[in-house]
Design a protein around this ligand. Structure first.
Ligand SMILES: C[S@@+](CC[C@H](N)C(=O)[O-])C[C@H]1O[C@@H](n2cnc3c(N)ncnc32)[C@H](O)[C@@H]1O
Length: 275
């Protein structure tokens, strides 16, 4: 999303101090300008701290490098574009009830946000690896310290075969707009005999594009279940999108393209070797 020119001028003003975890603007802005600047800083993750000793927007991650990159491109990643809607605690609780985590169980969270699922899963004894595309949220995940491994990457670019093992559980709440792609990709990291639990938009039940139809067919074959979540479940995270919980078990030898399934496929190179 573009940084409006008025906001850009304020943030690049030599009097503005951007350092550590805060942005300080020690000069008067008119009302409209302040509103624009405040909205953008809040959208990036900042919170106004009006105490005399602070009087700055404070961020839960080091904002200096991040802001430098944004100002260089005159763009910032809005959380709507990246689909950042943290899972509210009630739904995390439901996910973990279905997951029946045991001590030491391996879990993947492939779009981990700020760790709403990672933290409680680790709290129940899981060994959690996670992936997140956004450097600010990766920083927060590192601070949280709950995951064994945190990969800053586009999950869709990761090859399941680069992962030496599958996971007993994949727990996820991917960006709603690309949820089917994320869940399909995540199946490639699931152990045979494991379970995938995903929050998805309710629209996966009726969207009629080919990918969604094939997804529903696959989940039906695997006897997975879609259970609608109560309306307004994501209101605490700022969206009224209707959601559901998908729970699907990967029966060994079943129809899901699991990690084991990927390993059993002939490698492209092997095919060439035969000709
Ligand atoms: C709906 S939020 C959920 C966050 C977290 N799973 C939770 O439950 O609170 C989706 C998250 O996916 C991240 N994301 C979006 N696209 C991604 C991608 N291609 N690879 C990895 N993470 C991605 C976003 O930055 C955001 O943090």
């Amino acid at each position: 999303m573009d940084i409006p020119s008025g906001v850009y001028d304020v943030l690049t003003d030599t009097r503005t101090v951007i350092t550590g975890d805060r942005v300080q603007i020690p000069f008067e802005l008119d009302r409209a300008q302040y509103k624009q600047v405040n909205n953008l800083l809040k959208e990036i993750g900042g919170r106004w701290d009006g105490r005399n000793a602070v009087r700055a927007h404070v961020f839960p991650f080091p904002v200096e490098d991040f802001m430098r990159d944004c100002l260089a491109t005159r763009e910032f990643p809005s959380h709507f574009e990246q689909g950042w809607y943290p899972t509210p605690p009630r739904i995390v609780h439901d996910i973990l009830e279905h997951a029946a985590i045991r001590e030491g169980m391996s879990v993947l969270e492939p779009s981990a946000g700020t760790g709403s699922i990672v933290g409680p899963a680790a709290g129940r004894g899981a060994v959690v690896d996670c992936v997140e595309i956004d450097e600010r949220r990766v920083h927060i995940l590192r601070e949280q310290g709950a995951a064994r491994r945190i990969t800053e990457a586009d999950f869709l670019d990761l090859d399941p075969l680069d992962c030496p093992h599958g996971y007993r559980r994949v727990l996820m709440n991917p960006p709603f707009s690309t949820a089917v792609r994320h869940v399909m990709h995540a199946l490639g990291f699931l152990d045979d005999g494991g379970t995938l639990i995903a929050v998805m938009p309710e629209s996966v039940l009726w969207h009629s594009d080919r990918a969604t139809i094939e997804f529903r067919e696959l989940i039906a074959l695997a006897e997975g279940e879609f259970s609608p979540l109560p309306d307004e479940s994501f209101a605490p995270s700022g969206t009224t999108v209707r959601t559901l919980l998908l729970v699907v078990d990967a029966e060994p030898g079943g129809p899901l393209p699991t990690h084991g399934w990927h390993q059993r496929q002939p490698r492209q190179l092997d095919l060439f070797a035969l000709t």
